[in-house]
Structure formats: C-alpha cells, structure tokens
Design a protein around this ligand. Structure first.
Ligand code: 5GP
Length: 140
C-alpha cells in the first residue's frame, strides 16, 4: 500500500491537525494519543513518511527509537507507572489504524485496566495537562 499523505499523523506533522506535543527533534515527534488506552498514552512517530516497520529505513528506525526510550522514561516518571508497555502495530490485521509508523507508550501498573484500542476520545484539557506532565518529566 502506498503511503497516504493525508493520514492524520501526516497532517499533525504538517501542522494541519492539532496535537498535544511532548517532544520534537529533527527526525521525530511525540504527542498524546487522543483516544488513550490508559492515562499518559503517548505516541512517537518519525517525521519520515513511513507506513510501518517493514517500509522504514533502518536509520530512521534508529532515530525513532531514541525518543521512544527517553519519552517512555518521562511517561513512566510523570505517571508514576510501575511499568511501561511499548506497542507498535503493522497492518490492519494487526490492528493498525493510522498508516504512519508509530510507537505506543503505555504506562502500566497493577490494577490499572487498559481501555479498548482507539475508541474513546479524551477530554482535551486533561490531555493538555498530561502533556505538560510528560514535558516536565523530560526536562528534569
Ligand atoms: P494504531 O491503531 O494505528 O496502532 O494506533 C493509532 C493511534 O492513533 C490510536 O491509538 C488512536 O487513538 C490514535 N489516534 C487516532 N487519531 C488521532 C488523532 O487525531 N490524534 C492523536 N493524537 N491520536 C490519534
């Protein structure tokens, strides 16, 4: 499948759609998932127009995994999580719904249930506050 330049993450990258951003560098962007499965659910994407892990340039993958590590550490701290789950879906059969490569960062703790994938839109004020918590943790 050819990369769709109008997918929602491409629009976020072009500034045509809003996002609660927590981190950005030359190669990558991280922002809050608008339909979080747990509070603090954050996404990291490459700026490169890449659909999935199979079509990704390994160099781009390397540039993307660096912020995955640092943003995951910040999310863990900001949400006082016992653990962090990383998820990365490839293809509709695997549950991928946005066809621009992305890594999910999900804070986990015993007893904290995960909501269903990409279902309920979060309150924007809450997402903004969550983004601020992650940004603060990144700055520490
Ligand atoms: P996938 O299903 O492709 O692994 O994950 C796509 C993720 O993107 C889902 O968790 C979904 O909640 C999130 N998502 C979908 N549309 C938007 C959007 O407009 N903004 C943000 N921030 N996240 C989105």
């Amino acid at each position: 499948m050819a990369y769709d330049v109008d997918n929602i993450f491409a629009k976020i990258l072009r500034g045509e759609a809003p996002a609660f951003k927590v981190y950005e560098d030359e190669f990558s962007l991280a922002f809050m998932d608008v339909m979080p499965q747990v509070p603090g659910h954050t996404l990291v994407i490459p700026k490169d127009p890449t659909e999935d892990v199979f079509s990704a340039d390994p160099v781009i993958l390397g540039h993307t995994i660096n912020p995955v590590q640092s943003v995951a550490a910040a999310v863990k701290k900001a949400f006082d999580a016992r653990g962090i789950m990383l998820a990365q879906l490839n293809g509709a059969a695997a549950g991928q719904t946005v066809f621009h490569l992305h890594f999910h960062i999900l804070p986990r703790s015993e007893g904290l249930e995960m909501l269903l994938h990409a279902r309920a839109m979060a309150d924007f004020a809450e997402l903004e506050a969550h983004a601020q918590r992650v940004k603060s943790a990144l700055g520490e």
